[in-house]
Design a protein around this ligand. Structure first.
Ligand code: CA
Ligand code: CA
Ligand code: CA
Length: 146
């Protein structure tokens, strides 16, 4: 093994150790269901187009979605989408699937919540601010804005 390779492997091992320690401290500090606040860029950034909260009435952890423009006023198009919410498949110690309970729109957007990944399964239809309708509470796995 070359010196370069050894250094790379050592760096990888150190990084893995840091991640493992961070994961343990997260688990120890908070219940397993605790979710982090995250900002997600859909296409560019700088303009908030939607905010999704884990609890009803805009409470608990949130996902903030940004883009580089407003939604168009036409509601038959698809301005932005998150096809897969942040979840454990990336090795993350949390999972935003099936947790969203309220949301707000910004920048002329309306939000459509889908039951499954990739804008599939049942959907709420485009809605204005509020709690996710009872039948879709804690079921969202992908989102579309128009
Ligand atoms: Ca919830
Ligand atoms: Ca679901
Ligand atoms: Ca639109």
């Amino acid at each position: 093994m070359t010196t370069t390779k050894r250094v790379a492997r050592r760096a990888a091992a150190l990084a893995a150790g840091v991640i493992a320690v961070a994961g343990v401290s997260l688990v120890n500090a908070q219940p397993a269901a605790a979710l982090p606040n995250l900002t997600i860029n859909l296409s560019g950034s700088g303009i908030v187009v939607g905010t999704e909260w884990a609890n009803q009435n805009y409470g608990g952890a949130y996902l903030q979605y940004e883009a580089n423009r407003n939604c168009t006023l036409m509601v038959t198009d698809s301005d932005f989408a998150d096809h897969i919410l942040p979840n454990g498949f990336d090795g993350l110690p949390y999972d935003w699937d099936n947790d969203i309970s309220s949301f707000k729109n910004w920048a002329n957007c309306l939000t459509n919540h889908f039951d499954a990944d990739g804008l599939t399964g049942g959907q709420t239809g485009l809605l204005n601010d509020g709690n996710v309708p009872a039948g879709y509470n804690d079921r969202t796995e992908s989102i579309r804005w128009s």
